[in-house]
Structure formats: structure tokens, C-alpha cells
Design a binder for this molecule. Structure first.
Ligand SMILES: C[S@@+](CC[C@H](N)C(=O)[O-])C[C@H]1O[C@@H](n2cnc3c(N)ncnc32)[C@H](O)[C@@H]1O
Length: 203
């Protein structure tokens, strides 16, 4: 498909989408917020007074929700892009795959984490299989980081794409966490290969 056609389709989809309209009315920066809300409603992942990392956070709707929902918590977000300031959220601009940035995150907390959420995704190319592979690499890195840095009672939530890396990620999560669930939130577009993996309690 030509690039112009893809962006026209995208603009039309956005206009028709009820979650886009709702996010504007409710003051969220992206429709993505409803995916995190739906995950939280079902799996109760967000508590008060905890240490949270938000991976791939721009434009910032997940961070907005984390900041509202989690009182007296320490929250750090990271994205390749800048994020306009959000109350109680410390943003790092950079590549999560760069180990130095992971060290910066760990130095900020000086402790193990309670919750890692990742909505990281590469820019879509129009080739859904290729996008799933590239985003799969991001999920694998988020998973490895979480296994190393979460408290025993910690929780890891990540976007996961149906594709060649799906089984490997689920297998690894099951090996390292006691509870592993796959969930496609109702607000996640039906035609997207995206689901979310929710992992609790390190083995
Ligand atoms: C779907 S958007 C996230 C939306 C966000 N959760 C929100 O609610 O506003 C995916 C983000 O992942 C980021 N991303 C992709 N690769 C990354 C990497 N290696 N390190 C950090 N962020 C990355 C992109 O820049 C993009 O902003």
C-alpha cells in the first residue's frame, strides 16, 4: 500500500474511533490510555506507594493514568521522544535498549521495582509481520529487564504482537513468573495483531 493511502486510512479511522473522541473529552493524550485502564480494571496492577516504570511512554497517556491512579508512588518513563511534563512522572528521553539508560532508571529508584509497563512499538511500516518481529524484540528486552529488576511480588505488563516471537515470549514469561495471562483489551483495535501479556510474581 502507498504511504499516502496508509495515512489517509489512518486519519479516517481516527475520526470514526470512539476511543479517540473519548480521550480528547477526558483530557488524555492518546486512545491508548483505555487499554491500560481495561488491563488495570481486570488485573488490578496499579497500587499506591509503589515504584513504576513506563516504557515507550510518548505522548504520555499511560503515564497520565499511572500518575492519577497511583498515589505516593515513584514513576519513571522513557521514550525515544520527548513527553510534555506530567505530575509525579520523571521522563527520560532515550532508547530503552541502550543499557546506560537502563542503569539511569535503576539509579533513579535505588531499589527493585513493583511494576513495569511497556507499550513500546516501532513505527509501523505497513508490513504487519515485520512490525510484529521488530516490536517483539522490544517486548523481549522489556521482559528481560523486568525479570532482573522487579521485586518478587512485582508485575510486568507488555504489549505483545501475534507473530514469530509470541511463543518464545510466553514460554519465557511462564518460566520466570508464576501467573501469566494474555489479554486483548476491548479498546485494542480488532485488526491489530496486538495483545497484552500480564505477568505476576517472580519465580
Ligand atoms: C504506542 S506508543 C506508546 C503510547 C503510550 N503508551 C501512551 O499512552 O501515550 C509506542 C512508543 O514506543 C516508543 N519506542 C519505540 N522504541 C523504543 C525504544 N527502543 N526505547 C524507548 N521507546 C521506544 C515510541 O517512540 C512510541 O512513542
Amino acid at each position: 500500500m502507498k504511504k499516502n493511502k496508509i495515512s489517509k486510512d489512518w486519519v479516517n479511522k481516527q475520526r470514526r474511533d470512539i476511543y479517540v473522541r473519548k480521550s480528547k473529552l477526558e483530557g488524555y493524550r492518546s486512545r491508548a490510555v483505555y487499554k491500560l485502564k481495561e488491563i488495570d480494571n481486570k488485573f488490578k496492577i496499579i497500587k499506591n506507594g509503589i515504584k513504576i516504570v513506563d516504557l515507550g511512554s510518548a505522548p504520555g497517556s499511560w503515564s497520565q493514568y499511572l500518575s492519577e491512579k497511583s498515589k505516593n508512588s515513584m514513576i519513571m518513563s522513557i521514550d525515544l521522544k520527548e513527553v510534555v511534563g506530567i505530575k509525579n512522572v520523571n521522563h527520560l528521553i532515550g532508547d530503552f535498549l541502550d543499557e546506560q539508560n537502563q542503569v539511569k532508571i535503576n539509579n533513579f529508584f535505588c531499589d527493585k521495582l513493583d511494576l513495569v509497563v511497556s507499550d513500546m512499538a516501532v513505527n509501523t511500516t505497513g508490513n504487519k509481520n515485520l512490525d510484529a518481529i521488530s516490536t517483539g524484540e522490544l517486548t523481549i528486552n522489556a521482559m528481560k529487564y523486568s525479570i532482573k529488576n522487579l521485586k518478587k511480588t512485582g508485575c510486568f505488563v507488555s504489549k505483545i504482537f501475534m507473530g514469530s516471537t509470541f511463543n518464545e515470549i510466553v514460554k519465557n514469561c511462564k518460566k520466570n513468573f508464576k501467573e501469566v495471562k494474555i489479554f486483548k483489551p476491548p479498546s485494542s483495535r480488532k485488526d491489530s495483531k496486538e495483545s497484552f501479556i500480564i505477568c505476576k510474581i517472580i519465580r
